[in-house]
Design a protein around this ligand. Sequence first.
Ligand code: SAH
Length: 266
Amino acid sequence: MTDSLQGHKARKRFGQNFLQDDTIIQRIIQLFAPQVGQNVVEIGPGLGAITKYLLPALKKLHVVELDRDLAARLPTTLAGLGELDLHQADALGFDYRQFVQDGQKLRVIGNLPYNISTPLIFHLLSHADTISDMAFMLQKEVVDRLGAEPDTADYGRLSVMVQYRCQVDWLLAVPPESFNPAPKVQSAVVRLTPWINSPYQCVNESLLQQVVSTAFNQRRKTLRNCLKNMATEEDFAAVGIDSGLRAEVLSVQQFVQLTNQLSRHV
Ligand code: SAH
């Protein structure tokens, strides 16, 4: 048991990798730029590595922490730094709308447990209309997928669905030594900003999800093959997409155009 964890034993099942590099923590805070009066939630505050800078800058902060032991310590660790609204709960099923008051959108920050990062991002995106921006520490590989361009190995369902809802900005690379215990993978911080004026006009979002998952399900196959139960040659022709191509070469805009065409007959 090391001193830097103040006697806490890191729990693997909760994805606990605590930030211990103060230079990195301060850089994250600087990039996030918290301002008094903003409505912010931190997911997985842990031992308070990021929280201890956020709270004095904001004066008031919501936190959602699953680990009972860590949640129980936070009020003492952070005493006197500001008003902490602590929720001992699972961030995955959490209703973030309860934090939105007077229409003031929510900013989200977290060094996320890597095992829940993708479902958590999808959960938060289902509240995208109430969120102004999100800054997440993630496995670098996931950050690469979030921001990937078409026709690259990283481009897939996650890239299309996240870019459909948000602008994606890569912020910072973070090496394993910045954490205790050190994860086996490289990490990076990404910012997701839900579109206010979306470049995409999709008439049926659940159909978009279905088209994108089906198209990428067997990514080596052609669109014609993958989507044979959903789209005809006429559909592809109507939006000018060659059905002999694979999903990975279609832009987000093309997925939206194809979905809008299909929505005419589903
Ligand atoms: N923010 C801290 C801790 C990061 S480790 C730091 O940077 O040092 C990830 C944190 O998320 C841990 O505190 C862990 O207990 C918490 N956590 C794990 N699963 C969670 C879940 N489903 N909901 C909320 N918090 C969770």
